[in-house]
Design a protein around this ligand. Structure first.
Ligand SMILES: [Zn+2]
Ligand SMILES: [Zn+2]
Length: 353
């Protein structure tokens, strides 16, 4: 028997405390695979976890973390038939049970028994059997790992837009306002533009204007340059009637309220940004009711939207490369997060073990 193999991995010990450690290389149990990480991407959720030192649903420190990854299959457990050693794959960060109350009602994103997986900031990561079965996809040779790893966040965005389209009848050329130009806001802009909508981006900082345009915004409203962002957005719609779809991707109560104020009657709002616990918003009940406004708040992804996102990421139309604004070694992870905290222009950094 050989000694236990070790690998380098980032371990989150608590608030703003990442340590690069030597830990055992995971071994796959039945149904599981172990992926040699090709690229892991930084994400707003990881930044939140780094700042707070924990995540209510996803992890309790000390823990391996990071959840957007792609790589090659390094080991397979018993009974794994879908994948073989050397396959290039992207594995999502969760998978539903398909048996609970919510899964049965086609709401697998709310699965009561959902499995989350973390540990992408490492040389190797173990993928639980259920994720292997339901949310791991084979990548064609020409697709870089760092592009394929965009599948997870994009799966949430695709679901957010799908829900809007299910709520009202939309047409090509309809106006979609996206408030916020972080990675998620920029993905909404691009996804909406590819779907044929006219995108109005609502951004804060100068550098976000160029990013919004890169990802398909036809018009950009910079909040620091206008007195009233809602009026500025409305002024860009026919007769000032408001946008057909408003997506909130900042995660503050104020921008949630803006989203409602800028949508047309019969339009749809998606409160996509999850605000801090305990926060509340004030909404005009009269306007909501008599204007028949649809309010949505989409959370997470499903195996179906994961596949849609994967098709976008690998289909050639989606500007994957433009989302990867930096690359760093695993050993530099702590400084990458410190930099992200100071609000740089980085969209996503690819962490390469
Ligand atoms: Zn993420
Ligand atoms: Zn379930």
């Amino acid at each position: 028997m050989s000694a236990v193999q070790e690998m380098t991995a980032a371990v989150l010990h608590g608030k703003e405390d990442i340590r690069i450690e030597r830990v055992p290389v995971p071994e796959p149990a039945a149904g599981e695979i172990v992926i040699k990480v090709g690229a892991a991407l930084t994400c707003g959720t990881d930044l939140k976890v780094y700042r707070r030192g924990y995540h209510a649903k996803m992890l309790v420190p000390p823990a391996l973390f990071g959840h957007e990854l792609a790589g090659t299959v390094h080991a397979v457990g018993e009974d794994v038939t879908k994948f073989a050693l050397g396959d290039r794959v992207v594995a999502l960060n969760s998978a539903p049970c398909d048996a609970c109350f919510y899964c049965e009602r086609k709401q697998p994103n709310l699965c009561d028994d959902i499995i989350f997986n973390n540990g992408a900031y490492a040389e190797f990561i173990r993928i639980p059997a259920r994720i292997v079965e339901k949310n791991t996809l084979a990548i064609a040779d020409g697709v870089p790992f760092e592009h394929a790893a965009l599948t997870e966040p994009l799966a949430c965005v695709v679901r957010g837009l799908d829900e809007c389209e299910a709520a009202i009848e939309t047409r090509p050329g309809d106006t979609v306002a996206v408030i916020g130009a972080g990675p998620i806001g920029l993905m909404f802009m691009h996804t909406a533009q590819i779907a044929g909508y006219r995108v109005i981006a609502v951004v804060k900082r100068d550098e976000q204007i160029a990013a919004a345009k890169t990802f398909g915004a036809a018009e950009v409203v910079q909040t620091t340059q206008v007195e009233d962002a809602v009026a500025a957005v409305r002024a860009l719609t026919p007769n000032g009637r408001g946008v057909d779809v408003a997506i909130e991707a900042v995660a503050t109560p104020a921008t949630w309220e803006w989203a409602v104020d800028m949508v047309r009657k019969g339009g749809v709002v998606n409160f996509f940004g999850g605000c801090a616990a305990g926060t509340k918003v004030e909404l005009d009940t009269n306007r909501l009711h008599y204007n028949d406004i649809k309010l949505l708040a989409s959370f997470h992804h499903t195996p179906t939207t994961a596949r849609k996102a994967f098709a976008l990421v690998t289909g050639g139309k989606f500007k994957c490369a433009e989302y990867i604004t930096g690359r760093a070694r695993l050993t530099e992870l702590d400084s990458v997060f410190r930099k992200l905290m100071s609000r740089t222009n980085d969209i996503k950094t690819a962490i390469l073990p």
